[in-house]
Write a protein of this length. Structure first.
Length: 594
């Protein structure tokens, strides 16, 4: 299956997963077609046998009426055997359906998870993590529900109806025509109302997703909620969302009951006509008592199916609506994809060139004809007030957005024409807010190199000044850090992130406020480790604490996406320009807003 996944949805390429619920359903079921075929065959056989078993009532009554009690006893004893075989067939179908459901659900989770992880940085910036998880669950859960619903409800009902029509035709043609007309009317009526039901179901699914996303957002930021004493406000807003959810569910439920009431009325009218015809035939002698009992038995078995045909259609419509709501958001086109001829990036010296780069973010120009050359092995510092373009600079280097014009090249290779994975493998990033997983410290450090030995892991932890505090923890490197590293202090998280970047050993290093969460004493030690890490690498360092950039080979000052000053610390600090003003205005080593 893993090989199938890589072919279906190769990383860095556009997704081939269908967006329509029906197409998606068959797409994820196709690899398990033999489970599908086997389950369908067994359900058909079981349904045929189950509905046809009513024929034994006719045989028993006719045998008694003909004065053949011995024959009636044989038919009566044979009836439980038929029911037993029917149940065995259903249990066999259940085993096959289990295989179909389990495998298809896993396959769906694999596909959609892979799909999500290939979306761009912008995609995740505009969506809640809880909302996306809810949508994936809705889609995979819908397939889980649809499979038994389609087989044990819709397919079985179809077989029941066909068997009933067949027996009715053999008994009374007029009654069979009335029954067929009943089925047609029920289908047309319920089909006409299913669109509205699907709309209500989609609205309910969307309301559920919104409520869950808000709740996850609050839980994820519970410390801020408490610190700013906003629990009542959040409770009130979640209450508003649950009220909307209740209203949406109420509309959907009420509409279903309305359909059921209409179905009961339609069934009553046509049943009266059908049984009037049957009784006329019985009085005329064209319909035997056994035939009448047969039709009564058949009809009693199928009445529930006919009454709730609307509910079955509605449930399917609701499930499809939930699938559609999820697929519409998950399967949007990728913003950034590898070109068909993309090749792995080949690093030789790690020199970086920005050539006439244009870029807008939310219709706001960030870079306009931006040019920059960073020689191999140079340590470059980026300085500028908020909004100068520093963070966007790093995002574009990692190809988290597409350029409007121009190019960024590494060793002469346009990063838009190499594979995204190879590009990001060549760059190690230590962000201002380290991204830690709810896993052990060992797993977090070794995330950049899963096959690393304990010796390698400990070595980078020591260089990052993390080893000592890790060993003081109850489980050492096997300590769980909590969601987003909540069990660690800001400085501890940053040291783990630095150790992870060291272990990656990439030729290009990006430090985005890498020491901002450290105290002064730790920073001195970390700076020494970073100096060792920076040797032989091309480095881009962003810092508000200008003292951390003093040893950079080169510093550029950015303002509104443009380079306004370029030089080393000594020269810029005496240039009488922006850098000197920022340096003189520092308090405690940080830039101050003016």
């Amino acid at each position: 299956m893993s090989s199938a996944l890589s072919i279906i949805n190769k990383p860095g390429t556009e997704s081939k997963i269908p967006r329509s619920p029906r197409a998606y359903f068959w797409y994820v079921s196709k690899p398990f077609k033999w489970w599908v075929i086997g389950a369908v065959v067994l359900v058909i056989l079981a349904s045929l046998l189950g509905q046809s078993s009513a024929y034994f009532f006719k045989l028993i009554v006719d045998a008694v009426s003909s004065g053949k009690p011995e024959l009636a006893i044989k038919f009566a004893l044979f009836y439980p055997i038929v029911i037993f075989v029917e149940q065995l067939l259903y249990r066999g179908s259940a085993l096959l359906i289990r295989g179909w459901v389990v495998n298809t659900k896993k396959y769906g989770y694999d596909l959609l998870s892979q799909q999500l992880m290939q979306h761009s940085h912008s995609y995740f910036s505009n969506r809640f993590a809880g909302s996306l998880m809810s949508k994936v669950n809705n889609v995979c859960g819908a397939v889980d529900s649809l499979i038994p619903e389609l087989l044990w409800t819709h397919l079985s009902s179809l077989v029941y109806v066909l068997v009933t029509i067949g027996f009715l035709i053999s008994v009374d043609v007029s009654a069979s025509l009335i029954f067929i007309l009943l089925i047609v009317v029920l289908l047309i009526f319920n089909r006409s109302m299913s669109a509205k039901k699907a709309q209500y179901s989609t609205e309910a699914a969307a309301a559920t997703t919104t409520m869950r996303a808000r709740l996850v957002d609050v839980i994820s930021n519970i410390q801020a909620v408490r610190q700013y004493v906003q629990v009542p406000r959040e409770e009130a807003e979640i209450g508003e969302l649950t009220t909307k959810l209740a209203a949406a569910n109420s509309r959907s439920w009420g509409y279903t009951e309305k359909m059921l009431f209409y179905n009961v009325c339609i069934l009553f009218v046509f049943s009266m006509g059908m049984f009037w015809s049957l009784m006329k035939g019985w009085q005329a002698g064209t319909v035997s008592t056994g035939d009448l009992i047969l039709i009564l038995a058949l009809y009693s078995q199928i009445t529930g199916t006919l009454t709730f045909i609307g509910r079955a259609i509605n449930k399917t419509a609701q499930t499809v609506g939930e699938m559609e709501e999820g697929l519409d958001d998950i399967l949007v086109p990728f913003e950034i994809v590898d070109t068909p001829i993309a090749q792995p990036l080949e690093i030789q010296q790690a020199q970086i060139t920005w050539n006439e780069v244009d870029f807008k973010f939310d219709e706001k120009a960030v870079f306009d004809n931006f040019n920059l050359y960073i020689p191999a092995g140079q340590r470059l510092g980026l300085v500028g007030q908020s909004g100068a373009g520093k963070t966007t600079f790093v995002s574009l280097l990692l190809r988290q957005h597409e350029l409007l014009a121009g190019l960024i090249a590494i060793d002469g290779q346009n990063i838009a024409e190499v594979t995204q994975d190879s590009l990001r493998s060549a760059i190690a990033v230590v962000p201002q807010e380290p991204a830690l997983f709810h896993r052990t410290i060992r797993e977090n450090i070794c995330y950049s190199k899963p096959a690393a030995t304990d010796e390698e892991m400990i070595a980078v932890a020591q260089k990052a000044q993390a080893h000592d505090f890790i060993m003081e923890l109850p489980l050492g490197y096997d300590t769980m850090v909590g969601e987003r590293g909540i069990k660690l202090s800001g400085g501890q998280k940053q040291r783990v992130a630095i150790a992870r970047a060291m272990l990656k050993d990439a030729p290009i290093l990006v430090l985005d406020e890498a020491t901002s969460a450290l105290d002064s004493e730790s920073e001195v030690a970390i700076q020494k480790a970073l100096e060792t890490l920076m040797e032989g690498r091309t480095v881009i360092a962003i810092a508000h604490r200008l003292s951390t950039l003093r040893k950079m080979d080169r510093i550029i000052v950015m303002e509104n996406g443009k380079i306004i000053e370029d030089g080393n610390h000594e020269d810029l600090a005496k240039s009488g320009g922006v850098y000197e003003r920022l340096w003189n205005h520092q308090a405690g080593g940080f830039l101050q807003d003016e």
